[in-house]
Design a binder for this molecule. Structure first.
Ligand SMILES: [Zn+2]
Length: 153
């Protein structure tokens, strides 16, 4: 499980290795994404709080990157953070996410991106629930919930 010190080290020194890479031209991104997805994912926009798809959704399953399909979060790590955006305490795997210092808007924050396609997802903060204290504050526009296959054994 990642802690805040791990996040700081990733942002400061080097990010975890992605399992694979996917790169597209700006034109390809504009074709693939809706205008809102493009604004959030490729221009680091922020969608409206509360009025977004997954803010209050706690259905089981997994959350993948809208840009490349990489598994980013498990629904079991989603929790109610009263922030207006979907919030997770941990990524699905250490290598799924990359971390970048972001001092825009007169704030010092750590931006989180998909480690496979570099799409902007949101930010991570150190005021999450115990024991690890992380809060990944994610734009719904960047993620897609997928049902897990039922196990029929
Ligand atoms: Zn991606």
């Amino acid at each position: 499980m990642l802690r805040w010190i791990d996040v700081l080290k990733f942002a400061k020194y080097s990010n975890p290795e992605p399992r694979e890479r996917e790169e597209k031209t700006d034109e390809e991104w504009q074709q693939k994404l809706t205008p809102e997805q493009y604004n959030v994912m490729r221009q680091k926009g922020t969608e409206s709080p509360y009025r977004n798809a997954y803010c209050r959704s706690y259905e089981p399953g997994i959350y993948t990157c809208v840009g490349c399909g990489t598994l980013l979060f498990n629904a079991t790590e989603k929790y109610h953070a009263i922030s207006g955006w979907p919030s997770f305490t941990q990524p699905s795997t250490k290598g799924a996410i990359k971390y970048m210092f972001d001092d825009s808007h007169n704030m010092q924050r750590i931006e989180v991106q998909c480690n496979t396609c570099d799409s902007h997802l949101g930010h991570v903060f150190n005021d999450g629930p115990v024991p690890h204290g992380l809060r990944y504050c994610i734009n719904s526009a960047s993620i897609q919930r997928v049902d897990l296959e039922n196990d029929h054994e």
